[in-house]
Design a protein around this ligand. Structure first.
Ligand SMILES: [Zn+2]
Length: 202
C-alpha cells in the first residue's frame, strides 16, 4: 500500500485511561478510544507530564515518547493520554461493589469476624450470621468472613445462640473509585498514582 497502513492496533484503543472530575478525583477508567472522543469533543482535557490540562489542539502537538502508546494518524502519531480531566464535572461517584466471596473478605480485611484471627485465605469461609436454614439471606448485612474453626463452632446457630460475638456489624461497602482501581486493576500507569488514594479512605 502506497499511502501507508493506518490500521490501528486494537490494544492501543483499549488502553485504559484514568478520568478525573473537576477536583482531580478519579471518576472512572475508560478506554483510549472513548478518551479521544472526550478529548476531541472538548468534554475533557488531557494531563501532560507537568500536570497541565491540554485541549485536543495542544495535545496533538506533543511528541510521542518511548514509553507512550500512540495512535497512528495522517502525518504522524498521536500520544495516548493516561489521565483525562473533566473540568466541568463535579460529582464523585462511588462504585457499586459486587457481592462476592472475594469482596466480602476484602471488606472484612481477611479477618475472622468472630475471633479476629487472620488465617491464610484458604482457611477462611463465608458465614451466614443468621443461618440460611433459618431464613438468613445472602446479603452484605448477613454475610461475614469466618475462620474454619469459628464457622464449625457456630454451625446452624445464630451468634447469640452460639455465644459468639461479631467484631462489627456487617455492612454494604461503598468504595471510592480510587479504592476500586487500587484493588482490581493490577496494571496501573505511573501517571495515575498521584490521583489514587490509599484504601483507608474507602
Ligand atoms: Zn475465627
Amino acid at each position: 500500500m502506497v499511502s501507508g497502513d493506518f490500521a490501528v492496533p486494537s490494544d492501543v484503543l483499549t488502553c485504559p485511561v484514568l478520568v478525573l472530575n473537576r477536583v482531580f478525583e478519579p471518576v472512572q477508567l475508560t478506554t483510549a478510544k472513548r478518551g479521544f472522543v472526550l478529548l476531541y469533543g472538548g468534554a475533557a482535557q488531557a494531563l501532560d507530564e507537568e500536570g497541565e490540562s491540554l485541549d485536543f489542539d495542544r495535545w496533538r502537538t506533543l511528541p510521542v515518547r518511548d514509553d507512550d502508546d500512540a495512535l497512528p494518524i495522517v502525518g504522524g502519531s498521536l500520544r495516548v493520554p493516561r489521565v483525562l480531566h473533566l473540568s466541568r464535572y463535579d460529582r464523585t461517584p462511588r462504585a457499586a461493589v459486587r457481592l462476592t466471596r472475594r469482596n466480602l473478605m476484602m471488606r472484612d480485611g481477611h479477618q475472622c469476624q468472630y475471633c479476629n484471627k487472620r488465617p491464610p485465605v484458604r482457611d477462611l469461609n463465608i458465614d451466614h450470621v443468621v443461618p440460611r436454614s433459618r431464613g438468613g439471606a445472602d446479603t452484605w448485612e448477613n454475610l461475614v468472613t469466618a475462620c474454619r474453626t469459628c464457622n464449625l463452632r457456630k454451625g446452624w446457630k445464630t451468634p447469640e445462640e452460639a455465644n459468639m460475638r461479631l467484631a462489627r456489624r456487617p455492612f454494604r461497602p461503598r468504595w471510592s473509585m480510587s479504592a476500586q482501581i487500587l484493588l482490581f486493576t493490577p496494571h496501573r500507569f505511573k501517571e495515575w498514582e498521584p490521583f489514587l488514594k490509599e484504601l483507608s479512605a474507602a
